[in-house]
Ligand binder design. Sequence first.
Ligand code: NAD
Length: 261
Amino acid sequence: MMLKDKNAVVTGSTSGIGLAIARGLAEQGANVMINGLGSAEDNEAVRQSIEDDFGTKVLFSAANMLKSEQIIAMIAEADKTFGSVDILVNNAGIQFVSPIEDFPEEKWDAIIAINLTSAFHTIKAVTPGMKKRGWGRIINTASAHALVASPYKSAYVAAKHGIAGLTKTVGLELAEFGTTVNSIAPGYVWTPLVEQQVADTAKARGITEEQVIQDVLLKAQPTKKFVTVEQVAAVAVFLCSDHAASITGSTLPVDGGWTAQ
Ligand code: NAD
């Protein structure tokens, strides 16, 4: 139980990658505050299932990552209830695809707020405690789009490049305080979000779902396989280990070779 007595907050963790990371941390003995939008009933079921499976304390926060005061209150609640926040995972994120000339201003603002600014608020809030205790792990779910671009994803690529810069900066600031700050940069990961995208794209383009997967999504991914949420979670768990104490300020690709090209 590598993370016994450690307390974690994982944003955007009621589904997909964040949920797998929350489960991975709980499996190692960490108490976890999960977070996300959606129905109270579904979120309670997710919370209970992690607690049942791993026997650690699991809390749920409905904080909306668009709202700074809710983000700050979420960290304060975790700190008060658990007694500390030792591990912070900034994972909440949304996507919107459009040519720049048509890109809606409100979508730009929302993507920058959720995918980038929310991490500024959470990191700012957890840093004093991590510095004081001399141990901390901050992990951001970035994307291959933190390292390379694709057309029509201006806000997402800008936010993800931004998170890589924030990671480097805070990594330097916390380097002497036993606290590492890293980003994981996944390629295409098989999540409910992507599954839905496959069905929608197949319909829109009049091609089969298999063609969407091979010719559209996995075109950029040399392995021709989706990354799994468990593979991303395993990297997050490793980054929390003592063996990873010298990895900081980095953005680690988990992308089937995408950004090697
Ligand atoms: P997902 O849609 O399955 O999960 C997103 C989570 O974020 C959900 O729990 C949702 O409730 C929550 N969320 C969304 N908006 C929120 C808000 N305003 N406030 C609080 N919570 C909010 O998505 P996913 O595919 O697991 O993506 C998670 C992260 O991984 C994102 O940052 C995404 O950019 C990144 N990522 C995903 C892929 C991929 O292929 N799926 C690839 C690279 C990076």
